[in-house]
Design a protein around this ligand. Structure first.
Ligand code: NAD
Length: 283
């Protein structure tokens, strides 16, 4: 089928739909409707976080969809204030109760916060290992981890993260972190895949879009999936939610792929914070 989203295998034997729907910055009051629309269009993977404040509405929309729980892949993430193991355990329970689910498909450490908690994210990771062992998190992973953070987990922990969710788009191709992931069987999830819209009027991207008869957003999302990354663009506009889903019935040739990759601006292409420095703890 032209619009089938591939399932890709994680290092723990589970699978994840390569395209999902992100709900960052969607107001709780708008979240259930946006997720309902996404599920109706065919998305089967929702990316939320404790920090987004809309886990309850994600759960509500999944239940209202009439789909079996097993048909929808749900990710959430540990908030920055809860890295200490006791706090992480309580926070994880609050995620499950907000979602009204007995498990999540994937649970992530949202940020490494290397300047907080005496630099200790390893005890936090070992706490996520508990959630996986007891079945309440089918898979576990990290987000915004840089190569030294991943190396430290490899040296001090037992479980290799299934994914690392990092900022990736044509202005920040983030090749070193992606390469570490592919060498160590950690899938890359690309957050802000269209740089929150900032790459969409880039002349190169507009030109490629015209050549293939697609929109700039579709071309950029297609570039990600051909690189093997997982994406979950966010939108509350029904037409765009649908547009972002229609990326499996065309391909970009090598030249087009290279043209998009060539737009990389390195560190100056970031739209979000630098994970080595980010230390925000919500009040
Ligand atoms: P995004 O790159 O998905 O861009 C979203 C914005 O782009 C929308 O607000 C909309 O204005 C615009 N847009 C969407 N589709 C469009 C289309 N077809 N045409 C034109 N404009 C369009 O940005 P994002 O929401 O920051 O990232 C996606 C998801 O990644 C989030 O919802 C969240 O789930 C995740 N995320 C994770 C982290 C993290 O630290 N782990 C950080 C940011 C985002």
């Amino acid at each position: 089928m032209a619009h089938t989203v591939p399932d890709i295998s994680l290092n723990d034997g589970n699978t994840i739909p390569q395209l999902g729907f992100g709900v960052y910055q969607i107001e709780p009051k708008d979240t259930a409707e946006a997720v309902r629309r996404a599920l109706e269009i065919g998305y089967r993977h929702i990316d939320t976080a404790q920090m987004y404040g809309n886990e309850a509405e994600v759960g509500e929309a999944v239940r209202a969809s009439g789909l079996d729980r097993g048909e929808v892949f749900v990710t959430s993430k540990l908030n920055n204030g809860f890295h200490r193991p006791e706090d992480a355990r309580r926070a994880f329970e609050s995620t499950l109760s907000a979602l009204k689910m007995d498990h999540v498909d994937l649970f992530l450490i949202h940020w490494p916060l290397p300047t907080r908690y005496d630099g200790d994210f390893v005890s936090t990771w070992k706490t996520l290992e508990e959630f996986q062992r007891d079945g309440r998190a089918r898979s576990i992973g990290v987000s915004n981890f840089q190569v030294p953070h991943l190396e430290r987990l490899a040296a001090e922990a037992d479980v290799v993260p299934a994914v690392n969710q990092i900022e990736v788009h044509p202005y920040l191709t983030n090749e070193q972190v992606r390469a570490y992931g592919s060498e160590h069987n950690i899938l890359t999830e690309a957050w802000s895949p269209i740089a929150q819209g900032r790459v969409l009027d880039d002349p190169t991207i507009v030109d490629v879009a015209e050549q293939v008869g697609r929109t700039p957003a579709q071309v950029v999302l297609r570039w990600h999936v051909q690189r093997g990354d997982i994406v979950f663009p966010k939108s509350t506009t029904p037409k765009r939610i649908e547009e972002n889903f229609r990326i499996f019935d065309f391909t970009l040739d090598d030249t087009a792929m290279e043209r998009l990759s060539g737009l990389d601006r390195g560190e100056s292409g970031r739209t979000g914070p630098n994970p080595d420095e980010f230390d925000y703890i919500p009040a």
